[in-house]
Design a protein around this ligand. Structure first.
Ligand SMILES: NC(=O)c1ccc[n+]([C@@H]2O[C@H](COP(=O)([O-])OP(=O)(O)OC[C@H]3O[C@@H](n4cnc5c(N)ncnc54)[C@H](OP(=O)(O)O)[C@@H]3O)[C@@H](O)[C@H]2O)c1
Length: 254
């Protein structure tokens, strides 16, 4: 992973950023990158306590503050409790990054309602619950919400129907909320990654990694750090006139 320091990226000193799904994968890279920009970072996770603490330690080692906060975003009470802990410690939340997500690829006939509900519970309801909990604390104007969709929302593949539909819902939700929160000066943007090498994609990369690399104009498999800088940009002063947009971050595949 490329190491980024506050010297070669935006300065977000004084900002408080809550990143869900930050115990590993893309969320961990996003949290570390915000830390490198000087922001105070809340590393939210569900079950990976040791992994989350490692991210907190890395960020704290760069001279800013970080905390971990555990909860299941699919439960509204957990979402509220996580936000409350962050506000108690840091006094505010400037940027909410909804990165937590789940993906399970299954043929449609084998995709029962349990899979549909569990996927939507985390990917869609979890995003809604976190936004509802954080919204009263976001500065108005100035608050930033960054949601995670997927390139599969607009360029789906077989066996990903339910995941793709959940991410399509996140994209629509973000677009609609950008209109609703715009008058308050709060931006809402979406990052839609292509295949990024994380635990979520271990199986797919094992099966089809060479093919995915071959169809990627930039000629390699995307890494979490390839996405992290886009999130930081969307939280930066330079992105203040951007809202309601979905950024496909896929090395040129689409
Ligand atoms: N990797 C890709 O190729 C790719 C492509 C397009 C979009 N995305 C999206 O990008 C985001 C990050 O993906 P990733 O590859 O980094 O995933 P990942 O490595 O599987 O990590 C998922 C993270 O989400 C957390 N999480 C899952 N369900 C949760 C819940 N109900 N409540 C709270 N936390 C929960 C996990 O926490 P614990 O481990 O602590 O339980 C973990 O930190 C996801 O929204 C994903 O859909 C990824």
């Amino acid at each position: 992973m490329t190491a980024h320091t506050s010297a070669d990226t935006y300065s977000l000193t004084g900002k408080v950023v809550l990143v869900t799904g930050a115990s590993r994968g893309i969320g961990a890279a996003v949290a570390r990158r915000f830390g490198a920009c000087g922001a105070k970072v809340a590393v939210a996770y569900r079950s990976g306590a040791a992994a989350a603490e490692a991210v907190v330690k890395d960020i704290a080692g760069t001279g800013t503050e970080a905390m971990s906060v555990a909860g299941d975003i699919a439960k509204a009470d957990d979402a509220k409790a996580m936000v409350a802990k962050v506000v108690e410690r840091f006094g505010r939340i400037d940027v909410l990054v909804n990165c937590a997500g789940v993906a399970e690829y299954r043929p449609f006939e084998k995709s029962d309602l349990d899979l549909f509900r569990s996927t939507f519970d985390t990917n869609v309801f979890g995003t809604v619950a976190m936004i509802q909990a954080a919204l009263p604390h976001l500065p108005s104007p100035g608050g930033r919400i960054i949601n995670f969709s997927s390139a599969l929302a607009t360029r789906p593949i077989p066996t990903a129907s339910i995941y793709a539909a959940s991410k399509g819902a996140v994209t629509s939700l973000s677009h609609a909320l950008a209109k609703e929160f715009g008058p308050r000066g709060i931006t809402v943007n979406t990052i839609a990654p292509g295949v990024i090498e994380t635990e979520m994609t271990t199986k797919i990369l094992k099966e089809r990694g060479d093919g995915i690399k071959a169809m990627t104009p930039l000629g390699r498999i995307g890494q979490p750090d390839d996405v992290a800088g886009v999130a930081v940009f969307l939280a930066s002063p330079d992105a203040g006139w951007l809202t309601g947009r979905t950024f496909i971050v896929d090395g040129g595949v689409s």
